[in-house]
Design a protein around this ligand. Structure first.
Ligand SMILES: Nc1ncnc2c1ncn2[C@@H]1O[C@H](COP(=O)(O)OP(=O)(O)OP(=O)(O)O)[C@@H](O)[C@H]1O
Ligand SMILES: Nc1nc2c(c(=O)[nH]1)N=C(CO)CN2
Ligand SMILES: [Mg+2]
Length: 467
């Protein structure tokens, strides 16, 4: 088992490099999030650092030769050491082994003082040290508290999001740091039967004007769904979903206002996902996290777009069955079930730096479960961090908008009356660490997230000045 570091990779080559690594007798076990290190001068490229943990049949020197070949194929020429280069692939660790030869030193000698190497390296771990190999990596660091202590000494989590180092996701043609401000995802339902706005936006013209409205009100992302996932909704075929979706997607793509905004597709069908991405959709939102279509993960792995993996049990027909509503500790169980879906996605080739997680408010949850989740996002992150820091730090999306539990609490049987309660639930979620909110009423929720972001910034600057 080895750990690799890729450094200095131009944006478009992130996925190319990963594909090279996949075909070179490495099978990926885990991927750490991208870190972009901002350029110090204007002509410098943004540098991307990422970590990969993989299994290989190659010996350490054979692996080094393979990596050198990949570096060469991607355009690296022998030149000034430590200078600018299109890619740098290093072996940080190789199982429990130490290697010392003229051409190879493992552990890599210069990792210990480099925050941009340690950041993705720590992300490949979890706080629970669950095997001997990982234990040996900790001991190689020379610190009694292992790699975690080393990371703290370098500055730790406080280095991230400032001082030039960002945790980023490749989205459309750029890199997004979802932690900088909360993003608002406006909902466009192309369904006759959605619980809140079913039937309103079925014609292309009304869909386009709704998108115009949501963008003018501040939406960052438009989430287009052509299949209802409300409890007990009957399922439509891929063909029918596409026939509703494609004309609207084409029309939305040709709107001048859509420039700079992201288009998300709410679907659990892989064929819908691939068709939509080929027509310019930027992101796939799958309420089933791959459970309703066995091809979903493989298709998403090849599509190279961000993927929202939402927690749900069963399908929209069975999700509210007694069995699927049974939790001892909802935050713990949602965390472990979501973690195992994301793990599966990773093993199918979707790197964690493309994954957005969603606890699935209203999907196989009772009212009190939804409340536990809305107040428990930090607990969900902490629980996932036991297994994987990278996944625990994924952006969180929440979608409480106009859902029934809000109506039950506020005695609002009609969904449109639930906007004030929605705003309160969004506020709770964002203050607890949600990064993207999926809402019907864009205008009012944009104000809510702006206030939350201001509160969070204020709190973190007050904490810093106290230090
Ligand atoms: N663990 C290791 N991983 C990769 N290369 C190594 C390792 N240990 C020693 N080397 C040797 O270091 C030589 C120079 O590495 P490279 O050209 O990648 O330098 P660099 O990228 O400028 O430095 P660095 O990788 O420290 O940032 C390689 O040809 C290789 O033989
Ligand atoms: N990611 C995500 N997608 C959804 C959600 C949700 O909560 N999260 N809720 C829906 C039903 O309204 C439909 N789609
Ligand atoms: Mg190198």
């Amino acid at each position: 088992m080895s750990l690799l570091k890729c450094l200095g990779l131009p944006r478009h080559q992130v996925s190319t490099a990963r594909k090279y690594l996949n075909v070179s007798s490495l099978s990926c076990l885990r991927t750490a999030k991208n870190f972009s290190i901002e350029a110090h001068s204007q002509d410098e490229e943004v540098v991307i650092a990422l970590g990969i943990r993989a299994v290989t049949k190659l010996g350490p020197h054979e692996l080094l030769a393979t990596l050198k070949k990949i570096e060469k194929d991607l355009g690296r020429t022998d030149g000034i050491r430590y200078g600018p280069r299109p890619i740098d692939l290093d072996i940080l660790f190789y199982g429990k082994y130490k290697v010392r030869s003229d051409s190879l030193n493992i552990p890599h000698e210069r990792i210990w003082e480099r925050p941009f190497v340690i950041a993705p390296l720590v992300d490949l771990l979890g706080s629970a040290i669950d095997n001997d190999t990982v234990a040996s990596w900790h001991s190689f660091s020379g610190h009694s508290g292992g790699l975690f202590e080393l990371w703290e000494k370098l500055g730790g989590e406080s280095l991230i999001g400032q001082e030039g180092m960002h945790r980023v996701m490749p989205v459309a043609n750029g890199l997004v740091d979802w932690s900088l401000r909360t993003s608002v995802m406006g909902i466009l339902n192309l369904t006759p039967d959605s619980f809140s706005d079913g039937g309103n936006f079925q014609s292309v013209e009304s869909a386009v004007s709704q998108v115009q409205l949501m963008i003018s009100e501040g939406a960052d992302i438009i989430d287009i769904g052509a299949q209802s996932t409300r409890p007990k909704a009957s399922r439509i075929s891929v063909e029918e979903e596409l026939s509703r979706l494609i004309p609207v997607l084409e029309a939305v793509k040709s709107m001048p206002e859509i420039e700079g905004k992201l288009i998300s597709i709410d679907t659990f069908y892989s064929d819908v996902a691939s068709e939509a991405v080929s027509r310019g959709a930027h992101l796939i939102n799958d309420v089933s996290a791959g459970q309703l279509d066995p091809n979903m993960f493989k298709v998403i792995a090849d599509l190279d777009v961000p993927y929202v993996a939402m927690h749900m049990r069963g399908d929209p027909c069975t999700m509210q069955s007694r069995e699927n509503l049974k939790y001892d500790d909802v935050c713990k169980e949602v965390s472990s079930e979501l973690y195992s879906r994301v793990r599966q996605a990773e093993l199918s080739g979707i790197p964690t730096w493309r994954i957005i997680i969603d606890p699935g408010i209203g999907f196989s949850k009772k009212t009190e479960d939804n409340l536990d989740i809305l107040t428990g996002l930090p607990a969900i992150r902490a629980e996932i961090a036991k297994s994987s820091f990278a996944i625990s730090r994924a952006p969180i999306l929440i979608g409480p908008s106009r859902k029934r539990f809000l109506g039950d609490i506020c005695s609002r049987p009609s969904a449109i009356e639930r906007d004030p309660a929605t705003i309160a639930s969004i506020t709770a979620g964002v203050l607890g660490g949600a990064n993207i909110v999926r809402v019907h009423n864009v205008k009012d929720n944009c104000d809510a997230v702006k206030l939350c972001d201001a509160l969070l910034r204020h709190k973190s600057s007050a904490m810093k000045s106290r230090r």
